[in-house]
Ligand binder design. Structure first.
Ligand code: ADP
Ligand code: ZN
Ligand code: ZN
Length: 789
């Protein structure tokens, strides 16, 4: 038999399939297996995408070297998906195949360098050990190693990458000698107290063996040596058992059962019908914040499991809060696997294996969980479907929604998209009946949506000079705190100040690698680039003209926290942004504290805008609604409306009525005006007109082609070449914009030029883009990178 393999060639990607002969001892190889193959002088990882019994190839096929995993990591569905998706989003199949797997399984091979004995003798630091070249980050050392190789003073060997390892623990079980235990007991010396204890336990508690080493040691207060003695004497058997790393395995919270209201029931009935009849239908569940969408999802998942099928629920990383996960676990217990970035690599690998082995029926996770290897899929739910984080912004540039659509077609099952503020494109599809629109118009607890008030920053009095708070907002916060209620404040900008400006010469301090201003962080006393991580000291004077007249402008969460402390000294504040949530578990810690009312105010970036359900929060304040309004992106208004509506939805979710204050310099802008009214429908109509006038999605499809190079003219030249190629082939109804420098024209020392293609129908476009993509592989060696999005 012959295996068709997509080989993981890192440097030069290709979708060519290579064929290998399957030797007898590797008969276990299957479709979807991860294998190692000889490739020129190297040994590389690859994935089996087909098994056939004869080959067209004239020469002699090489043998597969080994099968890496016990069970093929990819299902047939995923193998097929990788092909369809690579074609759709202009990338290579290998890049998708690797994205489908947990990080620990993506590793390719290790390149080990061993110096000759002669060198080792001269330089004892090597101690004869091999050096993992993939891990050498120091450029000087790298150059040195290359020199050794060139001079024949070292050799290189390729070995299988760091294997993903299952965790094992020791357990002890009884041996066949059970009948003799009493005799052995009586023969023990008087003072062999510990051994007697252990034997007693084995006799009296026999039904509870095997026990874990930890359980025995802590229950009997004995040491490991007592156990190993027993093993040596043959009374006890030691086993090594594979376990999952699941820190919360035993915490199964109690389920809260609610009776669905009429709107929820109506929506569920439609979805249930599609589940029961195996229809690949897409639903858009548009429900105001607090309308109980989650409850509808959970019921639909239950229906799916009752049908003997499995369910996948995607939520934005940010909504993957303990609150949310607990709700699902409460309902489906041990049947749930959770995939999110707070898990360690090992934990993720374990959750993934539970899914692959069919041990769980429900998967909850962020974007990449859309590739979960569930079999017999019966439902996919995407909560907060408008979230931009469902789109991956680096290769492979997939949108989880598109992948979900494909999987639902493949499995003949429904897809449910849920949101209070659906993306314009989804809503437009529902308008045309491509998706079925289901509406929840009221909050589930019959309470009103919070009242929203705009505060015009051009008109009002600030709570102090250089402060970001209006008097009105500060008074409202104080009042709520006095009543023992809680407040959520949002400012979508982290750090202390957005940029440093010299009042003398106008200089703004920028990142040396990127065309971005540096953000001032007071807590770490540094200026930081939020893109590439560049860090330097806070200047005392202007680096350009040495003037001391420098200002730090554009407040971030750190500054606002400082203001709050000054304005309301006894308020207890929790801050949640990227800087306070770097450590594992810190996110949960902050939310737990706030839930326990250990703080009055939760201040944060957009991290706090979504999904949180705190009954005691009655006031939401937006410090500056305009932060995202003027970014050069056709989505800016949609994003702003969405964010304001979502964060407003955090107020007044239980008994007490909620209130929202939005501070803005642009109260007349439609995105802000309509967010004040929380009127999605009107926003949708207005924004559709704007998009129509500007030839933007959803009226046009858009493709963004970016060219990057360390040399600006090279990037520009290549971009113009691509434009000419497009222009000569595409129809006149297609709009080609650019090339222009990208909105951020330089990142990590690479200059970016972009071309935007807007089209309605263009039959030759796919082939043309594949051509451009293949040509891009050829020019990589000149330091040019082309990205198609
Ligand atoms: P959404 O996801 O639409 O913002 P949630 O699903 O978080 O809303 O529900 C908001 C609150 O209403 C939750 O506390 C939930 O338990 C509650 N809830 C949901 N459905 C019902 C119902 N039918 N009756 C009473 N309370 C409900
Ligand atoms: Zn200056
Ligand atoms: Zn930078």
């Amino acid at each position: 038999m012959i295996a068709q393999v997509i080989v993981d060639i890192a440097a030069k990607q290709t979708d060519r399939i290579f064929e290998y002969h399957i030797p007898d001892e590797l008969e276990g190889v299957e479709l979807g297996s991860r294998v190692f193959v000889p490739f020129g002088p190297r040994k590389l990882q690859g994935f089996v995408v087909g098994i056939v019994d004869h080959s067209e190839y004239q020469g002699k096929l090489k043998d597969l070297l080994l099968v890496v995993d016990e069970q093929p990591p990819l299902t047939q569905e995923l193998v097929e998906l990788s092909k369809a998706l690579a074609n759709k989003i202009f990338t290579y199949r290998i890049s998708i195949l690797k994205t489908m797997l947990p990080a620990v399984m993506r590793a390719n091979y290790r390149k080990l360098l061993t110096p000759t004995d002669e060198i080792t003798a001269k330089l004892p630091i090597f101690q004869g050990e091999a050096i993992d070249l993939n891990k050498v980050t120091d450029e000087k050392m790298n150059a040195y190693y290359r020199k050794l190789l060139k001079n024949g003073q070292a050799k290189v060997e390729y070995v299988v990458g760091n294997q993903a390892k299952a965790k094992t623990i020791n357990t002890y079980s009884l041996t066949e000698k059970t009948d003799e235990y009493e005799k052995i007991y009586n023969s023990l010396r008087q003072n062999a107290v510990k051994q007697k204890q252990l034997l007693m336990d084995m006799i009296e508690d026999a039904s509870n063996y095997p026990k874990t080493q930890e359980a025995i040691e802590s229950a009997l207060q004995i040491t490991t040596s007592v156990l190993s003695n027993a093993v040596k004497k043959g009374w006890l058997k030691k086993n090594s058992v594979e376990v999952y790393r699941d820190p919360e395995a035993d915490i199964i919270p109690k389920a809260k059962r609610v009776q669905l209201n009429d709107e929820q029931t109506g929506a569920l009935n439609e979805i249930s019908q599609a589940i029961n009849e195996h229809l690949a239908r897409t639903f858009l569940l548009e429900g105001v914040t607090g309308s109980g969408k989650t409850e509808v999802y959970l019921h639909a998942i239950e229906q799916t499991l009752n049908q003997g099928r499995t369910a996948l629920m995607l939520v934005p990383e940010i909504s993957l809060t303990p609150q949310m996960v607990n709700q699902v676990k409460a309902r489906f217990g041990q049947n749930v696997a959770v995939l999110h970035s707070a898990l360690s690599k090992g934990e993720k690998y374990d959750e993934w294996r539970k899914i692959r082995r069919g041990e769980v029926k429900v998967v909850v996770g962020a974007r990449s969980a859309v590739f979960a290897p569930l079999k017999n899929l019966g439902l996919v739910v995407i909560d907060e479907e408008h979230e931009s984080s469902y789109k991956q912004e680096s290769d492979p540039r997939y949108h989880a929604r598109d992948v979900a659509l494909w999987r639902c077609q493949y499995n003949d099952c429904p897809l449910v998209l849920g949101s209070a503020t659906p993306s314009l494109s989804s809503r437009a599809r529902a308008q045309k009946n491509v998706y079925k629109l289901l509406r929840l118009t009221k909050r589930a607890n019959k309470k009103q949506l919070p009242a929203v008030k705009l505060i015009d920053l051009k008109q009002i009095q600030f709570a102090g000079s250089q402060f970001d708070f209006s008097v009105e907002l500060i008074e409202a916060i104080k009042e709520r705190i006095q009543k023992r209620e809680q407040v959520i404040l949002m400012l979508n900008r982290r750090g202390f100040a957005n940029f440093m400006l010299c009042r003398e010469c106008g200089y703004v301090m920028k990142c040396p690698n990127c065309d971005l201003s540096l953000t001032m962080h007071k807590d770490t006393a540094s200026m930081q680039c939020h893109y590439c991580g560049f860090t330097t000291k806070i200047p005392q004077a202007c680096p350009n003209c040495q003037s001391r007249q420098i200002r730090f402008l554009g407040s971030g969460t750190q500054k606002v926290q400082e203001e709050l402390t000054e304005l309301i000294p006894d308020a207890k504040i929790l801050r949640m942004d990227v800087d306070t949530t770097r450590k594992k578990g810190s996110y949960k810690r902050i939310l737990d504290k706030f839930a326990a009312h250990d703080a009055d105010i939760l201040l944060g970036t957009q991290m706090i805008a979504k999904g949180l359900d705190f009954p005691n929060v009655t006031l939401v304040g937006v410090i500056n609604a305009d932060t995202g309004l003027w970014v050069p992106d056709y989505n800016a208004s949609e994003r702003t409306f969405e964010l304001l509506t979502q964060v407003a939805g955090r107020a007044g979710r239980a008994e007490k009525l909620g209130e929202v204050y939005i501070q803005t310099y642009n109260p007349e802008h439609y995105a802000i005006r309509l967010a004040e009214k929380q009127d999605y429908e009107q926003f949708y109509r207005y924004e559709m007109n704007v998009r129509h006038a500007g030839n933007y999605p959803p009226y046009y499809y858009t493709i963004l082609i970016s060219v990057a190079s360390a040399k600006e003219q090279n990037a520009a030249k290549e971009a113009f070449r691509i434009r000419r190629k497009l222009q000569s082939s595409l129809s006149s109804t297609t709009i080609i914009l650019g090339p222009t420098p990208s909105a951020i024209s330089r990142l990590k020392n690479q200059y970016y030029y972009q071309i935007l293609v807007k089209y309605k129908k263009e039959t030759g476009l796919i082939a043309l883009l594949h051509e451009i993509q293949d040509a891009a592989q050829e020019i990589k060696k000149y330091g040019l990178n082309v990205y198609i999005d």
